[in-house]
Design a protein around this ligand. Structure first.
Ligand code: SF4
Ligand code: SF4
Length: 189
C-alpha cells in the first residue's frame, strides 16, 4: 500500500475543506466519528467508504479520494444520516455539496448514470411542467445504452394508471422555464 502524507494533504487542500464547510453550511470538524450516520445509511452495501469515513477523510483534506469515491453517487439523499447525527451535522447536505464539487472538478465517471438520470428527469419537468414517467424511462434507457432496463414495469404501471403513455402538460410551463433559466443564470451557465 502506498504511503499517504496527511499533513501535506491538509495543507494543500485546506481551501477545499473550507469551501465544503461554507457551501454546505455544515461544520464537519464537529464530527465525533460515532458512526451513527453510517449505522442507519441504507446505501452502505454499495459504497466504497462509509459516510463517517467520508467525513473523516474530508477533515483530513483527502480531496481527490473523496471526490473520486463511489459513496457520493450512491448516496440517495434520504437524510437518515442527518436525522441520526449526534452533532446535528446535515451529512446529506455535505454529500450533495461533494457531488457538486465532483462535477466542477470533472470527477464524474462514477456518477455518469446518476447525472444522466438527473438530466433526463429535469428535461421532462422543463418541457411539460411535471415529470413524464414513461418518457423518463425511455430517454434514460436510450442515453445509458440499457435499452430494456425496467421495461417489464412499464405496461403494468400504465394498466394501473400509475404512468401515462403521453405527457401531461401543465398550464404554467412558461413560468417553469423561467425558473430553469434563472437557475442557469445563477450557476453562470
Ligand atoms: S443521505 Fe446518503 S449518506 Fe445519508 S443515510 Fe441517506 S444514503 Fe446514506
Ligand atoms: S453521526 Fe454525525 S458525529 Fe457521528 S460520525 Fe456521523 S457525522 Fe460524525
Amino acid at each position: 500500500m502506498s504511503e499517504f502524507n496527511l499533513s501535506q494533504a491538509l495543507e494543500t487542500n485546506r481551501s477545499f475543506v473550507d469551501k465544503v464547510i461554507a457551501e454546505s453550511g455544515q461544520d464537519i470538524r464537529q464530527c465525533y466519528q460515532c458512526a451513527k450516520c453510517s449505522g442507519g445509511c441504507p446505501g452502505t452495501f454499495a459504497m466504497d467508504y462509509l459516510p463517517n469515513q467520508i467525513m473523516r477523510m474530508l477533515m483530513l483534506g483527502m480531496k481527490e479520494e473523496v471526490l473520486k469515491s463511489q459513496t457520493i453517487w450512491v448516496c440517495m439523499a434520504c437524510n437518515t444520516c442527518t436525522t441520526r447525527c449526534i452533532r446535528d451535522i446535515d451529512v446529506a447536505r455535505v454529500m450533495d455539496t461533494l457531488r457538486q464539487e465532483a462535477v466542477k472538478h470533472g470527477y464524474t465517471e462514477k456518477g455518469r448514470l446518476v447525472l444522466i438520470f438527473n438530466d433526463v428527469f429535469l428535461g421532462t419537468v422543463r418541457s411539460y411542467g411535471r415529470l413524464f414517467e414513461a418518457g423518463l424511462l425511455m430517454m434514460n434507457n436510450m442515453r445509458t445504452g440499457n435499452l430494456m432496463k425496467d421495461m417489464q414495469f412499464g405496461l403494468p404501471m400504465m394498466l394501473k394508471g400509475k404512468a401515462k403513455p403521453f405527457p401531461h402538460r401543465i398550464k404554467g410551463r412558461k413560468e417553469i422555464r423561467k425558473i430553469f433559466e434563472e437557475t442557469r443564470r445563477r450557476e453562470g451557465k
